[in-house]
Design a protein. Structure first.
Length: 234
């Protein structure tokens, strides 16, 4: 079960860094901290939404479930992200559009949605701050929907590798090296396919001299080839 702690707003969170002192003071009274352990469900798709969630530490998987039970990961959210989780119910409807699961021990800030709605009515800047966060999520979901509808798996895997390289890649004499912080199953879920298909795509990239993958360690020899593959498909 998650552990709840009363605490002030985290001023170090990138998602809250641009807020004014007045906004902090306004929200401090309606903020709590909750800790979830690996595998715990934070909120569920279709459930009524009571809070907005900011990640203080750890990683959270946002996913949706198809009618046949298959899960599609729409985002792996991290503490460095400049947005909050579950923004949509604040502006449209009362239920969550995705489910959220802790990938490891995570610490979240929870802001009471009803209290925020009341404060936004009196503070236009606060409303704009949350609107910008919602726009960030919309941009991501639009990109994901386009990729799933128009791009082959090969292109989606290439795009995901470029994203991972941007997040944690390190330039070396061999190329860009990175250690994935996702299992191959989770990586496959992020691109809307299964592990076997991702494994075949990585093997083909290896045969073409684009990369080498050993477990979670990947060396990108030819990142330009991945970029050409992705950008020519857009």
């Amino acid at each position: 079960m998650p552990k709840t702690i009363s605490v002030t707003v985290d001023t170090q969170s990138p998602a809250l860094a641009h807020w004014s002192d007045q906004a902090y003071a306004s929200l401090r009274q309606v903020t709590i901290t909750r800790i979830y352990q690996t595998g715990e469900t934070i909120f569920e798709e279709g459930a009524r939404s009571q809070y907005l969630w900011f990640i203080e530490c750890g990683r959270v998987r946002l996913y949706t479930t198809a009618s046949d039970g298959r899960e599609l990961t729409v985002c792996i959210a991290r503490a460095a992200d400049r947005f909050c989780l579950d923004t949509y119910p604040l502006f449209e409807g009362q239920v969550s559009l995705v489910s959220a699961q802790a990938l490891e021990s995570v610490r979240l800030k929870l802001l009471d949605k009803r209290a925020i709605e009341q404060r936004m009515a009196a503070d236009l800047n606060l409303g704009m701050a949350f609107a910008k966060m919602m726009a960030e999520r919309y941009r991501h979901f639009t990109k994901l929907a386009t990729a799933l509808a128009l791009h082959r798996t090969r292109v989606r895997v290439a795009d995901a590798l470029l994203c991972q390289a941007g997040l944690r890649g390190e330039q070396t004499a061999l190329g860009i090296e990175l250690d994935l912080d996702l299992t191959q199953e989770m990586f496959a879920s992020c691109v809307g396919t299964d592990r076997a298909v991702v494994a075949r795509a990585l093997l083909q990239f290896e045969r073409e001299g684009i990369l080498q993958a050993k477990g979670k360690h990947v060396t990108l020899y030819n990142i330009g080839a991945l970029e050409k593959m992705v950008y020519s498909a857009n």
